[in-house]
Design a protein around this ligand. Structure first.
Ligand code: NAD
Length: 417
């Protein structure tokens, strides 16, 4: 890496850049650039061999001016307090950009989940749920899945919360299994918005997604669904990667077959006749569309200089540093910022919450239709803002819209005491 800006520094820089186009006072911007509160705790569980082990864990509630805090929970050895705070800030502005009535939150546990048994993971998740109990709830803070968590963890957390509270409150967590109040379309939502956003970007540039070649970094929930839906839209997925390595096949990979291989073996590496490849080489491949769907800071300024894709649709949160943005803009690479491209996850989480509160359930067709309308409307607003601020930077345009909405809510709410 040629630079060492942290995700929180990146967030602050993105807010600072966009704020010059928004009528927001410096003291309000300062408030909106820092979390309202952060839970920092240590979870101690009994391992299967009877020994105890301690895991640091966090939950950041960044801003609640537009509604309950909302954001995922990450299990990863590199989780830090600072990373969780940045992710909770991005959630605040993402919810504002797609206009769902939520604020921003994020949580994480410093753990390598692959090193724990299922029983140990359940104990750890329930220990975390016990710490979260006073902070979360349907109208307070509504966690969701993120890296290395999914419906199983959300159900354990929901059950812990409901048991401790002596109630049922399915809307207190989203991303649950369908049988327990999960929503149709939630598992696919992040990849779906990533591909809708990419399609809109191609159309904006006078091109078509259906004849594009695609490379996807990260083959988890966001990445593999993006690959599958891009292929369904007619694009050719030529390279994918995960934390163990990348594979390439210029004739096109079958995303579903690659997923089956990953489920069987734990990695995309070794799939059929595909060639193994370096992850950085994937990011700089000569493709039309690049989808980073792994972790933050994947594309820094040095790597950005070698990016050959014409469009980037950011499935991951914070995959591109501010210095990389400058290089990409100079090289006329059009990027759809994370707070729009991957917003499908939180949009369908909102639909899940609405269904839970009303005790109804929507069809997958309705979920996908409403998601499509929301993402297309947000993309159109972004393009309009690019023109109105006379900028070529889609990230700045997205933050201009989002800061305006969060600042308006903060100012309406006022400061107390
Ligand atoms: P996941 O755990 O399902 O998958 C993560 C994938 O990234 C795995 O395949 C892992 O092997 C891979 N990976 C990790 N480090 C890598 C590296 N250096 N190079 C290549 N691959 C690497 O997680 P996810 O839910 O798909 O989340 C991925 C990204 O999408 C994160 O930035 C997350 O915050 C963002 N996101 C997820 C959701 C959601 O609903 N799950 C919503 C919005 C944003």
């Amino acid at each position: 890496m040629s630079e060492s800006t942290t995700p929180f520094e990146n967030l602050r820089s993105q807010l600072e850049t966009a704020s010059s186009y928004v009528d927001v006072a410096p003291d309000v911007l300062d408030r909106l650039s820092h979390p309202e509160r952060v839970l920092e705790t240590n979870l101690t569980i009994e391992r299967d061999d009877g020994t105890l082990e301690r895991f640091p864990a966090f939950r950041s509630q960044f801003n609640g001016d537009r509604g309950p805090y909302k954001g995922g929970i990450r299990y990863h050895p590199d989780v830090t307090r600072e990373e969780v705070v940045a992710l909770s800030g991005w959630m605040t502005y993402k919810c504002a950009l797609v206009d769902v009535p939520f604020g921003g939150g994020k949580g994480g546990i410093v753990v390598d989940p692959a090193a724990l048994s299922t029983a140990e993971l359940e104990r750890l998740t329930r220990a975390y749920g016990t710490e979260l109990r006073p902070l979360v709830g349907e109208d307070r803070d509504i966690p969701a899945p993120d890296v290395n968590t999914g419906p199983r963890e959300m159900n354990w957390l929901k059950d812990t919360y409901e048991t401790l509270e002596g109630t049922t409150a399915p809307g207190s967590f989203t991303g649950k299994a369908l049988e327990t109040g999960g929503s149709e379309g939630r598992v696919e939502a992040t990849g779906r918005s990533t591909v809708i956003a990419a399609r809109e970007a191609f159309e904006y540039l006078g091109r078509n997604l259906d004849d594009a070649t695609v490379a996807v970094q990260g083959y988890g929930n966001a990445g593999w669904i993006s690959a599958k839906l891009a292929a369904e839209a007619g694009a050719t997925v030529v390279a994918v990667s995960d934390s163990r390595g990348a594979i390439v096949d210029r004739d096109g990979l079958d995303p579903i077959a690659v997923k089956e291989h990953k489920d069987e073996t734990g990695s995309v590496v070794g799939f059929a006749d595909a060639e193994p490849f370096a992850d950085d080489a994937l990011l700089t491949m000569d493709v039309d569309l690049l989808i980073p769907a792994a972790l933050e800071n994947a594309v820094d300024a040095e790597l950005a200089a070698d990016v050959q894709a014409d469009v980037i649709s950011e499935a991951a949160n914070g995959p591109t540093t501010p210095a990389a943005d400058e290089v990409l803009l100079e090289n006329e690479v059009f990027y759809v910022p994370d707070i729009l491209a991957n917003a499908g996850g939180v949009v369908v989480s909102y639909y899940e919450w609405v269904q839970n509160r009303q005790r109804v359930s929507w069809s997958e067709e309705r979920v996908n239709r409403e998601l499509e309308e929301t993402i297309v409307a947000a993309f159109d607003a972004l393009v309009e803002t690019l023109e109105s601020i006379a900028s070529d930077d889609p990230r700045t345009a997205a933050y201009v819209i989002a800061i305006d909405r969060v600042a308006a809510a903060a100012e309406r709410n006022g400061t107390w005491p």
